[in-house]
Design a protein around this ligand. Sequence first.
Ligand code: ZN
Length: 455
Amino acid sequence: MEPVRGFFADNALLSHGWSRDVLFTVDGSGMVSSITADAERGDAERLGGVVVPGMANLHSHAFQRAMAGLAEQRGDSADSFWTWRRTLYGFLDRLTPDDVEVIAALVCCEMLEAGFTTLGEFHYLHHDPAGRPYDDIGEVAGRIVAAAAATGIGLTLLPVFYAHGGFGGAPPADGQRRFVNDPDGFARLVESAGRHLESLPGARIGIAPHSLRAATVGEIERILPLAGGGPVHIHVAEQTREVEDCLSWCGRRPVEYLLDSLPVDGRWCAIHATHMTVAETGALARSGAVAGLCPETEANLGDGLFDGPRYLAEGGRFGIGSDSHIHIGLAEELRLLEYGQRLSSRGRNILCAPGAGTGESLFRAAVSGGARALGQPVDGLQAGQRADFVVLDETHPSLSGRPVERIIDSWIFAGDRSCVRDVHVAGRRVVADGHHVARDRIRSDYVRVMAGILG
Ligand code: ZN
């Protein structure tokens, strides 16, 4: 085990707010063992800049990064999520496990450079292009683990249970054959994925029934014990058509049906939860579940707007994810979350309390919600949490001269990943001066793989 190391920050955002001259120690397993403000530096490593906690990216389908930008031409008919999904299904027939590993490594690298330190991979590309399980049913899950290990990002793997093509147990479509398992096959998959994760320190596993379209309530009840106390993620109420289909099938809306039928609590993460009534919004907030918001993907797919003000007023928790990876940006996800509300309500500074900074409020809430949703000890810089932190470049034009209380607002609304100087995961520096330590190799592997897929 490595010895305890010390780090010193001139300014750091701690759980109770900004502190100066912060000395913290990191033990051999990468956890913060002590943290003191107004301290002497001693022989600790000086981080400089401004130090903020690492953020979890709670919703990702890594392989989709490779098709970002390929579904942006208008088709003959009204374009929608469903035409995007057709492009996706045509594309993923070409991907091998090697390809997935290379694409996932790029995603992890880009996330780290943006300031995300933990990946929640909602992993559903399980089988070969003909729909046959690989010899190891967790083959592709193992490739996600390998990509995380190669880049140093924290990982919560969420193997997806996918069985049907629509509500009420409708048979899956041909394009879904790489995703489909029955509950017994899924149990083998979770077991295999768990074995792959044993090699990755700090990794967690949960489960992800894909949606109420792709899994019946009976099947979800059957697979829930496989979560073993870990997180449970599900896509819900992303699209108005999903709401209409759910209503015509069972007379209830998706979030209503989910909360009525399953034991949703603080272990659960409701991905998107875009289309909710006032009653559903309050009920989801009170359930303790985290809403997994993916503003850039939701905008790209034309999903709709989450009712943030009402949900936050009800005490709801949320985190953010980059989902389809149409773009990977921490600042941009939080900015768009707020801008959607500004555009619809014709006001400013909507998603924060009076007197607070909007960017910083959203950042702190998403750090906390992301940690909870992924079951990871990454809820801010404090003793007992993993030493995941980001050093912002205080000389960046968008940050320079700001008081620390305005730094995160400036990053979120006026900056981007170029404000991120260094990123540490479990005390280990994986991004230095804005570049992931293995960026060149990861990018050249990616360029080679893309030439093969699209060439
Ligand atoms: Zn998704």
